[in-house]
Design a protein around this ligand. Structure first.
Ligand code: NAD
Length: 239
């Protein structure tokens, strides 16, 4: 069945792989991003929007909904401001929270009435293993842990309407965001590589596969969960 799906940050990296995968699966994707993708997918609708600008985001959501309900949502757009506590500013905190958490809440608010009317809906929030704790990530880790709380609270609120809400936490995935804050061959990046049980970086398409599975109608009994796509990195952390 063809479904309309909103993906935020769908022009690059993991979001792009999600758009491509969903499009290959025959769905219509609406992509909200600051920049257009290099190549548009089949049936993709691209809207230029900064999801941290609440008024612009609400306007874009109204626009997208004019063409009909959107019963699938992937809150993927995310930013990192790598800082430890002594250097992080409240501006950093607000900027990261606005993109990583507030935009996800606003998108869900706008799409939920249509999902409720349809008695069917799927929301997937893209989190991070950093939610479990990561050095130099005060704002980022806090925002992703908050996204877990949002995922679980909303799952309880909307479950009776046939709507599921889950989070996918990628481990190290080779994208622009990752390499910007983890330069190749730096000692910290080498340590990350050694800590991955599968001994390789993940692919954006591997995250997209988990997202597509959770969006599927047949995944209707999974809700309020955080699923890590991390090469096993979140297992046995204490050792
Ligand atoms: P990326 O930087 O490669 O791509 C992010 C996309 O989001 C870009 O297209 C960018 O233009 C868009 N975007 C950023 N801010 C935006 C805004 N304000 N409004 C609209 N669009 C915006 O990042 P990525 O690595 O693909 O990460 C995607 C998601 O996965 C993020 O939520 C990130 O936190 C999460 N994640 C990534 C990794 C990784 O290793 N790459 C690991 C864990 C979690």
């Amino acid at each position: 069945m063809v479904t309309r799906i909103l993906v935020t940050g769908g022009s690059r990296g993991i979001g792009r792989a999600v758009v491509d995968r969903l499009s290959e699966d025959g769905h219509q994707v609406v992509n909200f991003d600051l920049q257009p993708p290099e190549q548009m997918a089949c049936d993709e609708q691209y809207l230029c929007v900064d999801v941290s600008d609440e008024a612009a985001l609400r306007h874009a959501l109204d626009d997208a909904l004019k063409s009909g309900p959107i019963t699938r949502l992937v809150n993927n757009a995310g930013i990192v401001r790598p800082q430890s506590l002594n250097r992080v500013s409240t501006d950093d905190l607000r900027a990261v929270m606005d993109v990583n958490l507030a935009a996800s809440v606003v998108c869900a608010q706008a799409l939920l009435p249509g999902m409720m009317a349809a008695g069917d809906g799927r929301i997937v929030n893209i989190s991070s293993r950093a939610a479990l704790g990561k050095t130099e990530r005060i704002a980022y880790a806090s925002s992703k842990a908050a996204l877990h709380g949002f995922t679980k609270a909303l799952a309880l609120e909307v479950g009776a309407h046939g709507i599921t809400v889950n989070a996918v936490g990628p481990g190290p995935i080779a994208t622009e965001l990752f390499t910007k804050v983890n330069p190749p061959r730096s000692p910290a990046t080498e340590r990350i590589m050694q800590a991955i049980p599968l001994r390789r970086m993940g692919l954006p398409s591997e995250v997209a596969h988990m997202v597509a599975s959770l969006l599927d109608t047949r995944a209707g009994f999974v809700t309020g969960q955080v699923i890590y796509v991390c090469g096993g990195m979140t297992v046995g952390l204490a050792s």
